[in-house]
Design a protein. Structure first.
Length: 313
């Protein structure tokens, strides 16, 4: 049976004696704004999963995931007016934003405990075809941990709900990344020579992107199972309230007080402490609506998995 490494499992962290060091390394995130911190945590989560799917060692997985946590640490020194701007950045503002890679690198290099993780901060916006920043590094000269983090970073950034853009679905996000994995058209002779020397690569590694497909499919299928379990719970609740409602209608039609009290007692056998017989129709309607919405969501998730499995790079 294949061993699965869970970076977030406290037992795993303890077994690697990471409690103190991880606490020190990740305290740097406290200086980030709430959105960037959450983004960094999500990117680290995805990075950890990618390492697992790529068959990386436990040691590299821990290292790469920590790099991912720290990849945007340079944004601590990006002006809030730029970092939190609700609309598209101007060219000048974008140049300022791009400096977070070099700033993050300096932050890590100036601290002996953070120095091992400097590559993630510096290289996570570099592209295999040389179109990235800050230095336009080519191909395998980009550290592999940074290549992994770039894929996780792009996916999280595209799918995250932000105030200045509409939320993009998973399949659409993966299609964007597929475009990034494909060779771009050379604009001039220099670009053509560069791309020819790289064997027609795109911005990101196809193997890493395929690993992301597997991560997303796993997560979606897990969500389907969890939601299906809750759907079964709702079905039982609908039956319970429906059975109680039968006695409620009988109570409504009873001609004597004794009969009414008898049916009321029967109703209470089905109800939970906070539920009242007079609100049964409303409770049943709420459960039925919840069931309908969640069943529709599960159908969409199944369709999403099918779409992802049909994607080709």
């Amino acid at each position: 049976m294949k061993e699965v490494f869970d970076f977030y499992n406290s037992t795993s962290i303890k077994s690697y004696n990471l409690d103190d060091t991880i606490r020190y390394q990740l305290k740097m995130l406290d200086g980030l704004d709430a959105f960037t911190r959450r983004h960094s945590e999500n990117v680290a989560n995805i990075t950890c999963r990618l390492c697992e799917k790529l068959g990386m060692s436990k040691g590299f997985t821990v290292y790469c995931t920590t790099c991912a946590y720290l990849h945007d640490v340079g944004k601590i020194f990006i002006p809030p007016a730029v970092l939190q701007k609700p609309s598209k950045l101007t060219d000048e503002e974008y140049e300022i934003m791009k400096t977070h890679t070099s700033i993050g690198y300096k932050i890590c290099m100036n601290d002996l405990k953070l120095r091992p993780y400097a590559a993630g901060a510096l290289y996570h916006h570099e592209a295999l075809d040389g179109t990235g920043y800050p230095h336009g590094v080519l191909g395998n000269k980009i550290p592999y941990e940074a290549q992994i983090i770039r894929v996780a970073d792009e996916f999280e950034a595209i799918t995250a709900k932000r105030q200045y853009k509409t939320h993009i679905g998973v399949v659409d996000a993966l299609n964007i990344l597929i475009d990034h994995a494909r060779p771009t058209v050379a604009k001039n002779l220099g670009d053509a020579v560069k791309k020819a020397s790289l064997g027609g690569v795109g911005k990101i590694d196809k193997k890493i992107l395929k690993a992301l497909f597997k991560v997303i499919i796993d997560d979606t299928e897990y969500e389907i199972v969890a939601r299906t379990d809750y759907l079964e719970f709702l079905k039982k609740e609908i039956k319970r309230i429906g059975d109680a409602q039968k006695y409620y209608y009988r109570m409504q039609g009873a001609l004597t007080q004794d009969k009414k009290e008898y049916y009321r007692a029967e109703i209470k056998c089905y109800l939970k402490p906070h539920e009242e017989p007079e609100k049964l129709p409303q409770i049943l309607q709420e459960f039925e609506e919840a069931y309908k919405i969640r069943k529709s969501h599960i159908t969409k998730l199944y369709d999403e998995v099918k779409q992802i499995k049909r994607l080709r790079i």
